[in-house]
Design a binder for this molecule. Structure first.
Ligand code: ADP
Ligand code: MG
Length: 326
């Protein structure tokens, strides 16, 4: 099954940033309110995430690294699984098949921490006692060391770092209630502090999207027929702001044509200039109204009622923009 894992790894683990994404999502699933991410050499040499989540018990450590052992979709009716970020149960197995992976963890109810180690070819998990506070640390070393073809596809360390920075930015935008720090080559470069007040919210948005966005952004909050759209929208001026187009559905970042179309059309209906909108928007929708498991990286979605969602987004935005205009 090492081969199966490596094939699966191709779907989920494209580059260091995809590893970071999966690991952060696991920490979020584990209920972490704080995580420290340390990257070395664009994540090719080392990716380490330390969280204060629920931890993994000694017995579960080998299972966490086994493929599909944690697959939580028992049936399509299993809504909880759709709400939780991870439901495929293969990220850690896939990552460990193409790296050297070390997982140290301690759940609150366990006295001591334990550490599991695996490396690529060898699917055996070695477990030994360790020292660790409640929570988990996952360390991924030498990514793709045993799949040179895939390693060749990686870009420069700087570019891979930029991908990681962007992945973490998106995750930080999706969860203002979680503290995230991110360092590269031993230097602390990003610090997103957990938001507990309005001014902290602004500061975090400033750090994530920059001053020009914050200055221009119009806050938006619209609820109707069980749908909710919140966030910020601004006129993009300059290439930096053009890139700020983030849309989250139930806290998960999504790229979707229906959504893009609705946002753009709404913006064009109200705005006079030809410029692009920049936005950070959060749609909350009954999970039964969407299918999220369209793609392994879970960035695509299918709406059951496409027209309804499109029109809701359109109205939420035109409403906010036209009120601000007068
Ligand atoms: P999935 O997230 O789809 O279940 P993963 O391979 O990403 O599959 O993770 C396997 C399992 O390992 C998770 O279901 C979870 O039980 C456990 N796990 C992984 N990372 C953490 C973490 N940071 N804290 C607690 N448990 C974790
Ligand atoms: Mg996962």
């Amino acid at each position: 099954t090492e081969l199966a894992n490596q094939i699966a790894a191709g779907e989920v683990v494209e580059r260091p940033a995809s590893v970071v994404k999966e690991l952060v999502e696991n920490s979020l699933d584990a209920g972490a309110t704080k995580m420290e991410i340390d990257i070395h050499r664009g994540g090719i040499e080392q990716i380490q995430i330390c969280d204060n989540g629920c931890g993994i018990s000694k017995e579960d450590l080998p299972l966490a690294l086994a493929r599909h052992a944690t697959d939580k979709i028992a049936s399509l009716e299993d809504l909880q699984s759709i709400l939780s970020m991870g439901f495929r149960g293969e990220a850690l197995a896939s990552i460990s098949s193409v790296s050297r992976l070390q997982l140290t963890s301690r759940p609150a109810e366990q006295e001591d921490a334990w550490q599991a180690y695996t490396e690529g070819r060898d699917m055996n998990v070695t477990i030994k006692p360790a020292s660790h506070p409640v929570g988990s640390t996952i360390e991924v070393l030498n990514l793709f060391y045993n799949t040179p073809a895939r390693r060749k596809f990686l870009r420069t360390e700087k570019t891979e770092w930029q991908y990681i920075d962007e992945v973490v930015r998106r995750l930080a935008l999706s969860r203002f209630d979680v503290s995230i720090s991110l360092s590269h080559n031993g230097k602390l470069l990003r610090q997103y502090v957990r938001v507990q007040s309005g001014s902290q919210r602004e500061r975090r948005l400033l750090r994530l999207c920059g001053a020009p966005f914050l200055k221009q952004a119009l806050a938006l909050s619209f609820d109707h027929s069980g749908l909710s759209l919140k966030g910020w929208i601004a006129e993009a001026n300059g290439p930096k702001m053009n890139e700020i187009q983030y849309f989250f559905i139930n806290r998960r970042i999504i790229r979707d044509r229906v959504v893009n179309h609705a946002v753009r059309q709404a913006y064009e209906a109200i705005s006079t200039g030809p410029k692009n909108p920049s936005y950070v928007l959060y749609l909350d929708i009954d999970p039964r109204q969407i299918d999220v498991n369209v793609h392994p990286t879970k960035q695509e979605v299918r709406f059951h009622q496409t027209r309804l969602v499109h029109d809701f987004i359109y109205h939420a935005i035109t409403n906010a923009l036209s009120h601000s205009a007068c």
